[in-house]
Design a protein around this ligand. Structure first.
Ligand SMILES: Nc1ncnc2c1ncn2[C@@H]1O[C@H](COP(=O)(O)OP(=O)(O)OP(=O)(O)O)[C@@H](O)[C@H]1O
Ligand SMILES: [Mg+2]
Length: 212
């Protein structure tokens, strides 16, 4: 058994916006079972902006690592790894604030963490035992994000396009795409989901965890 006994395995899933990280994370959890896995989303760790003016909150670069409390995320991953219970922050996107104390989250054998910037921050990168990068062409990612933000987040096409060009795209080039180079495996975000799940499952099994 390669993985240290009694320690959870942290599987980090990074990749650009719209690459398919959340989709892969949930499919992986379905395969592993709720009793054996838990998903932690990087987005829960956005910094609380209660202290800044509403108009200033809208101009923050939310695609830059500094917008997130990644040190807290790394601390939480280490705690979960050693079996501790953590309090995951609850972030309210419309107001850019943390809502209340958070959600008590217990450890599981496999901790799945997903987010665009996981491998850009050394503390978080090092906390990931298996680093997965979901690679999907830029045009496909943009179309997926455009459709999602209009359908689910009440955004206009103009505002999604403006944000994409101003921050999403440059930050992707600066902080996200390099993740593929440091990853242990790259999953094709345009291929059938089952393929990606099986690729990650193979690596999980190779670390001594007994999953079908
Ligand atoms: N392997 C795949 N094949 C086809 N469509 C996919 C695949 N993976 C994800 N999708 C679709 O792409 C869209 C974006 O996926 P998802 O929300 O998982 O991306 P994400 O990487 O989590 O993006 P974000 O970082 O913006 O949250 C969704 O509509 C999802 O159904
Ligand atoms: Mg997502």
């Amino acid at each position: 058994m390669n993985q240290r006994e009694n320690e959870s395995l942290v599987v980090g899933i990074a990749g650009g916006t719209g690459s398919g990280k959340t989709t892969l994370a949930y499919a992986l959890q379905k395969q592993l079972g709720d009793e054996h896995s838990v998903i932690i989303s990087q987005d829960a760790y956005y910094k609380d902006r209660s202290d800044s003016l509403i108009e200033d909150r809208m101009h923050v670069n939310y695609d830059h690592p500094d917008a997130l409390e990644l040190s807290l995320l790394a601390e939480h991953l280490r705690a979960l790894k050693s079996g501790k219970i953590i309090m995951v922050p609850v972030y309210d996107f419309p107001s850019h604030t943390r809502k209340h104390d958070g959600v008590l989250t217990a450890s599981r054998s496999v901790i799945i963490v997903e987010g665009i910037l996981l491998f850009a921050e050394p503390l978080v990168r090092e906390a990931c035992d298996i680093k997965v990068f979901v690679e999907t062409a830029d045009d496909i990612r943009f179309v997926r994000r455009l459709l999602r933000d209009i359908a689910e987040r009440g955004r206009t096409a103009e505002s999604v396009a403006e944000q994409y060009l101003n921050t999403v795209r440059p930050m992707h080039k600066q902080f996200v795409e390099n993740g593929a180079k440091v990853a242990d495996l790259v999953v094709d975000g345009e291929a059938h989901l089952e393929e990606g799940v099986e690729t990650v499952m193979r690596v999980i099994r190779s670390r001594g965890l007994d999953f079908p």
